[in-house]
Design a protein around this ligand. Sequence first.
Ligand SMILES: [Cu+2]
Length: 179
Amino acid sequence: MKVINMKTTKKLTALFAAIAITALALSGCATNASNNTDAMATMADQVTVTDAWVKEPTMPGMTGMFGLIENTGDAEVVLVGGSSDIAGMVEVHEVTAEGQMQKIEGGLVIAAGKTATLEVGGNHVMLMNLSTTPAVGEEVTVTLKFKDGSTLEVTAPVKSAAGGDESYNENAEMSQMGN
Ligand SMILES: [Cu+2]
């Protein structure tokens, strides 16, 4: 043990260096791979929103946004929430068979090529903790957020609650869901 062979030490050093370089190269590959993923279309890129509208609030401090969300891509997209200047909290809601609305756990999944319908009595984008009460004729901007972190800004006109003011009425929701 007295004699430490310098050649061996150098070899070991070289070996460790080689391992370190290999590790770097591997992590480099991993980085490239994730960059490639990032270069693909985001969920927001794949989505087209049409007929978006916000209901004139019928309950204090809250309302919903409705419309059609089309997934034009070839991978599923998941709408997980959003934000708005006029709302402290934006969630994606569903209405249960009992007529209760609740947050969709994990978000609203829209398969490739499919269109999700957000409608009164069904799935909707819930705007809560409103800082202002949007009136008919005004426009509300909502930024939708998807599972991959991508976002899509939607500007929706505010429409009258007339004919839709039963949206939180359980019976109305039940009959609509039966259609
Ligand atoms: Cu809701």
